[in-house]
Ligand binder design. Structure first.
Ligand SMILES: Nc1ncnc2c1ncn2[C@@H]1O[C@H](COP(=O)(O)OP(=O)(O)OP(=O)(O)O)[C@@H](O)[C@H]1O
Ligand SMILES: [Mg+2]
Length: 262
């Protein structure tokens, strides 16, 4: 089944986006640019939700609003019924370009969030060890980000998000800057990591194959002013195969439904 009729996924909503809209003043000072319009959706416990839309359609704007880094001009975001009014450790963000501290080692980067939250040192060490192991970076604790490949840096970014033990993870095209081969590998890695330790994830991408490889559900976005065009439940078993006939059928179905007018 591809289409959802209302709420078909069991479990309470971890995050709710209600009537969210976002406009900006135009750069020339004339009028407003409406980027997001009337966005309504929920994210469920341990669901891997992918927001899929074309370039520049407002994906980062929406993710920043979910993270509490930006405020909507209309509507509200709720996490477990509480209104989002700013960023919080319960919502971990992984960006397209990892914002690791270059002067800190891998273990210091991963342990940074817990140290800010005053997690006792012993527990902090355990968190760092556990999540570096989860992302396959044991042995690189003392390395600096500049000594790592792009894929490894994104693994550190994922470990750092996990180490904060967030209620929900927000990922903004985390593999968008990687070469195609590393990107495929990281998609497999993320799926493996997530299967091992599930979290509620909102993952943004403009890549349909990435969306289909990872998602439990895909929300298809239109172009600006961006709203939800369609939702698809993706129930193919993991690991998924890019050339499987069902994968290719869904790929065609969703891309045919994309709003390609600029
Ligand atoms: N701070 C801002 N001020 C004014 N306009 C903005 C601002 N942030 C975003 N926009 C507008 O929102 C539009 C969407 O930007 P956004 O970065 O959210 O898109 P995106 O889908 O993440 O793009 P990409 O695919 O390149 O990552 C931009 O074209 C821009 O016009
Ligand atoms: Mg973006």
């Amino acid at each position: 089944m591809e289409r959802t009729e209302g709420n078909v996924i069991a479990g309470g909503a971890v995050l709710e986006c209600r009537n969210v809209g976002r406009s900006f003043d135009n750069y020339d000072g004339n009028g407003r640019n409406e980027v997001l319009r009337n966005m309504n959706f929920e994210v469920h416990e341990n669901e891997f939700l992918v927001l899929f839309g074309a370039g520049q359609c407002g994906k980062t704007t929406l993710l920043n609003i979910l993270a509490g880094l930006d405020m909507p001009t209309e509507g509200e975001v709720y996490t477990r019924g509480r209104k989002v009014t700013g960023p919080a450790p319960e919502r971990g963000v992984v960006y397209q370009k990892t914002s690791l501290f270059p002067w800190m080692t891998v273990e210091e980067n991963v342990g940074f969030g817990p140290s800010v939250r005053h997690v006792p040192e012993k527990e902090r060490r355990e968190l760092v060890k556990r999540y570096l192991e989860l992302v396959g970076l044991t042995g690189f604790e003392k390395s600096y980000p500049g000594q790592l490949s792009g894929g490894m840096r994104q693994r550190v970014g994922i470990a750092r998000a996990y180490a904060n033990q967030p209620d929900i993870m927000l990922m903004d095209e985390p593999f968008g800057h990687l070469d195609a081969q590393t990107r495929y590998m990281m998609e497999e890695e993320l799926q493996r990591i997530w299967q091992k330790e599930k979290r509620t994830v909102v993952f943004v991408t403009n890549n349909i194959e990435e969306a289909l490889f990872l998602a439990d559900r895909i929300i298809l976005l239109t172009n600006c002013p961006t709203h939800i065009k369609e939702e698809y439940i993706i129930d193919m078993p993991h690991p998924r195969d890019y050339v499987d006939s069902e994968f290719l059928r869904l790929r065609q179905l969703i891309t045919d439904n994309m709003d390609l007018t600029l």
